[in-house]
Design a protein around this ligand. Structure first.
Ligand code: AP5
Ligand code: MG
Length: 205
């Protein structure tokens, strides 16, 4: 199974992707997580991406496509994969068509007030990548034991720009995938289990 999770920053793409990837035994490919790992490791790519990410701008297509092409060759992608945060613009979607087919595009729909609440309370694990929210998990450490941190690009000003970039560059993918007959929109403005059930209902059709 080959899936795309589409949605604005804070929609819950990562939260839902972890569960679905586990059930279907497919690789969870988050281009954002991959870029954050490059930044943590201090690689050349990570250093080049940092300034753009901290401003909430998109990283160049050739960098992203190079990472994705490489990633889908890995052994854990043999049953399929779930793209979380990719593609993020029409040019990336067109390039993806030349390297892989896609079975479903799940668009997680969440109103902007909810997105801001979710992002401002998000805490991440640097070790396993799990995302928490301060309203439901007040511990300083992840269940895996590593310390939680707030993402640099979750500061208010950057979040505002990420939402503008989403509207301008990523939202047009909704129409793009409607025309391809691949888009399924789920209501993401509900608790995590309800959203999970809505996604599973689409995938079991
Ligand atoms: P990326 O890491 O992909 O960030 P994003 O798309 O902005 O999305 P987020 O990770 O912020 O949100 P999410 O939808 O995963 O929500 P989450 O599950 O964490 O990208 C970061 C940057 O990298 C980009 O700005 C860009 O610079 C660069 N980049 C990445 N990919 C790129 C690409 N393809 N091309 C170019 N540049 C690229 O949930 C959010 C919070 O809400 C959490 O606290 C969670 O616990 C909570 N939550 C989730 N669901 C629920 C729910 N149902 N109810 C209550 N709380 C919930
Ligand atoms: Mg995410």
């Amino acid at each position: 199974m080959k899936l795309i999770f589409l949605g604005p920053p804070g929609a819950g793409k990562g939260t839902q992707a972890v569960k679905i990837a586990q059930t279907y035994q497919i690789a969870h490919i988050s281009t954002g997580d991959m870029l954050r790992a490059e930044m943590r490791e201090g690689t050349k790519l990570g250093k080049e991406a940092k300034d753009l990410i901290d401003r909430g701008e998109l990283v160049p297509d050739d960098v992203i496509l190079g990472m994705v092409k490489n990633r889908i060759q890995k052994e854990d992608c043999k049953n399929g994969f779930l793209f979380d945060g990719f593609p993020r613009k029409i040019a990336q979607a067109e390039a993806l068509e030349t390297i892989s087919e896609i079975d479903y595009v799940i668009n997680i729909d969440v109103p902007v007030e909810t997105l801001i609440k979710r992002i401002s309370g998000r805490r991440m694990c640097a070790s396993c990548g799990a995302a928490y929210h301060v309203s439901t998990y007040a511990e300083p450490n992840c269940v895996c034991g590593a310390a939680l941190y707030q993402r640099e690009d979750d500061k208010e000003e950057t979040v505002r720009n990420r939402l503008v970039v989403y509207e301008r560059s990523t939202k047009p993918l909704i129409d793009y995938y409607i025309k391809k007959g691949l888009l399924h929109t789920v209501n993401g403005n509900a608790d995590i289990d309800t959203v999970d059930a809505a996604i599973r209902a689409v995938l079991s059709k």
